[in-house]
Design a protein. Structure first.
Length: 70
């Protein structure tokens, strides 16, 4: 199931210690500069080749954070 959550909802999940896997799809150079605490980096251009090795628990809730150009 795909569902969109707000940044406020994400912060609440993080503050509450909810169990989920946080994935950031930032390019590696942006991820190295700054990323959300506990986030796994999975750049869009690497998803097909690395998702299986990075996302081990298939039953875990996964929250994907995508940067947006403004």
């Amino acid at each position: 199931m795909n569902e969109t959550i707000t940044l406020t909802e994400l912060k609440s999940k993080m503050d509450n210690g909810d169990a989920f896997t946080l994935v950031e799809t930032l390019p590696i150079e942006y991820y190295r500069h700054t990323h959300l605490p506990g986030a796994i980096n999975l750049p869009v251009d690497k998803i097909a080749e690395t998702a299986v090795t990075v996302l081990h628990d298939k039953s875990s809730e996964i929250v994907v954070y995508c940067a947006k150009d403004t």
